[in-house]
Write a protein that binds this ligand. Structure first.
Ligand SMILES: Nc1ncnc2c1ncn2[C@@H]1O[C@H](COP(=O)(O)OP(=O)(O)O)[C@@H](O)[C@H]1O
Ligand SMILES: CC(=O)N[C@@H](CCC(=O)OP(=O)(O)O)C(=O)O
Length: 320
């Protein structure tokens, strides 16, 4: 009998007394990632559809604070699509989406801004600040963080006018860097100042999809990771017919897939692609309905959703 099998029963008996041992295993599993990523920025997008109950929102806030305490720099970008739709309904306005983007009239824009910056962002800031003076809420308008140009939805390859919807034209990360340098957690609403000087002078702002905003910010900040929390397990290979999640795909594979995608997955996966092409090491879509999904995804060896990685770089020195 080997020494190991000889010792195992004794060891097992000793370990049984320590029911919390799996917790130590989890911490040890997280250690290499923590060491590698000290001081790095992680952009986390919390989708409106994933904010389904108070418990989930509180657990999300704990995860973000954990990341900060562990030496990372979390940046939160939040959505609020369903919350905007509910408010529009209350005031008698209709919600219409084209290619996953909200058709935004001037009237709609007022509601979008009020709900995102005045309600959803305030709630997240409040939850994070229950644990200390950490979170600061801003929109893309603050310190000209994000400027946008009018975007058109693509329908059957043709551009469709969807009103005051913007695509990100520029990001000035100054205000976010200032906050991060001071140990704060920026919580960002996806509203941008118009990049047209005349429009901006008249107070022109654009409604930017929150996935698009998060991806642009992640790339501009040189973030290590973009995490998008939504209300499905990840990218389904054959949605809506099956719930088989694609665990991992390269930027090239995703680019080929994007024209086949539908509704809310279009801005999400386009955002992942832009982030990775913009230098972010991984972009992931995970199920925000799972409590502590951020910690689960980051700190365990098995990811829980869909991970997008850059195309493999050709080996330097390889024959052309
Ligand atoms: N291939 C796909 N895999 C998973 N979900 C998909 C897919 N195509 C479309 N969807 C839809 O996209 C939705 C997520 O996008 P969205 O509703 O905008 O969420 P969020 O509020 O988190 O941004 C899913 O609930 C699902 O209905
Ligand atoms: C242009 C556009 O569609 N903007 C979105 C902004 C909020 C958002 O993206 O929220 P989710 O992440 O919860 O979907 C909207 O008006 O609903």
């Amino acid at each position: 009998m080997s020494l190991l099998t000889d010792l195992t029963p004794t060891l097992l008996a000793a370990e049984r007394k320590h029911m919390a041992l799996p917790k130590a295993d989890v911490l040890v599993e997280a250690l290499p990632w923590l060491v590698r990523n000290q001081g790095k920025t992680v952009v986390i997008k919390f989708g409106g559809n994933a904010m389904v109950d108070q418990g989930l929102k509180a657990a999300f806030a704990q995860d973000i604070l954990f990341l900060r305490q562990a030496g990372l720099k979390p940046v939160v970008v939040h959505g609020g699509g369903p919350q905007i739709s509910r408010q529009l309904e209350r005031v008698g306005l209709e919600s219409e989406f084209t290619a996953g983007l909200r058709v935004t009239t001037d009237e709609t824009m007022d509601v979008v801004r009020m709900v995102l910056a005045g309600q959803v962002q305030r709630e997240l800031v409040g939850l994070l600040n229950e644990h200390g003076p950490h979170a600061v809420g801003i929109t893309g308008e603050d310190a000209r963080l994000m400027t946008a140009a009018k975007a058109y939805a693509q329908v059957d390859g043709r551009p469709v006018d969807i009103g005051r919807v913007g695509e990100v034209a520029g990001v000035d990360t100054g205000v976010v860097q200032d906050l991060l340098d001071n140990g704060r957690i920026p919580v960002i609403s996806s509203i941008a100042r118009s990049d047209d000087a005349k429009d901006a002078a008249e107070g022109g702002v654009f409604n930017v999809n929150a996935d698009t905003a998060a991806a642009s910010l992640a790339a501009a900040l040189g973030a290590e990771m973009l995490l998008i929390l939504t209300d499905v397990e990840g990218l389904y290979a054959d949605w809506p017919h099956s719930e088989d999640v694609i665990p991992k795909l390269t930027a090239g594979e995703l680019e080929r897939l994007i024209p086949t995608l539908a509704s809310g997955m279009i801005p999400k996966m386009r955002g992942c692609l832009n982030a990775v092409n913009g230098g972010v090491s991984t972009a992931r879509v995970i199920d925000g309905r799972v409590r502590h999904s951020v910690l689960l995804e980051i700190f365990s060896d098995d990811g829980i959703g869909t991970m997008v990685v850059p195309d493999e770089q050709p080996f330097e020195g390889a024959a052309a």
